[in-house]
Ligand binder design. Structure first.
Ligand code: PRP
Length: 212
């Protein structure tokens, strides 16, 4: 049996839809339940639903053989994982945003609120902009609205959250999509099963005209 960790939230629905198209189906009853681990209808796969940032942790430790998680999360994670497929789901971007689309001309250190401290530090570091990173775990837009920070580095999907809070994108740092990640040992020891999963997902992606 292969255990697959799925990032709960924005990724979950699209990930399960893609897997269903690849022939891996989880019953409606199992999905409607509050169980955190459920099997697919064939009994070949077990799914665990965890917070996005925890997916690399479960996969790196081999508790899950595979995972489905956003590139945004992987950029912040130091986990050593294989990343065989870009699943092209949950497409979004990590962007710098601020009130009126301007981070202002205030001299000195730029205050940046984010739940992506590594991405933000690397981005401003590469431009030689001195920053103080204020790490938050959610509703990051509020920091710029209330003046906790000069700007934010956050995920933008539809742009609705920014627009409805009087913020606008200054620049895009990078794009993100859902990725299939695989534990290094599982890739060797369960090569047949992992290979079947990669093959079946690749077939669906190819049908969409999107092979990576
Ligand atoms: C993300 C992100 C933005 C929002 C962007 O938050 O941090 O707040 O979604 O989406 P939009 O461009 O479609 O409006 P998430 O819903 O993951 O929750 P969080 O604020 O708790 O991080």
């Amino acid at each position: 049996m292969l255990t697959i960790a799925i990032a709960k939230g924005r990724m979950q629905h699209e990930a399960l839809q893609l897997l269903a198209r690849a022939g891996v189906r989880v019953g409606a009853e199992a999905l409607a339940s509050r169980r955190l681990a459920v099997e697919d209808e064939s009994g070949v796969y077990r799914f665990v639903f965890v917070k996005p940032a925890d997916v690399p942790v479960y996969v790196e430790h081999g508790i899950a053989d595979c995972g489905v998680v956003g590139r945004d999360v992987l950029l912040e994670s130091e986990a050593d994982l294989l990343q065989p497929l870009d699943l092209k789901i949950a497409r979004c971007r990590i962007a710098v945003a601020a009130k009126d689309g301007s981070r202002g001309e205030r001299p000195g250190v730029l205050h940046v609120a984010t739940k992506y401290p590594r991405v933000a530090a690397a981005h401003f570091g590469s431009r030689g902009v001195p920053v103080e990173i204020i790490e938050l775990s959610g509703s990051v837009e509020l920091a710029a609205v209330l003046g906790l920070s000069d700007c934010i580095v956050d995920l933008v999907e539809t742009g609705r959250t920014l627009a409805e809070n009087g913020l606008a994108v200054i620049e895009t740092i990078t794009e993100s999509t859902g990725r299939l990640v695989v534990n290094r040992a599982s890739y060797q020891l369960k090569s047949d099963a992992v290979g079947v999963l990669i093959r079946d997902l690749s077939r669906v992606l190819a049908a969409d005209g999107d092979v990576s």
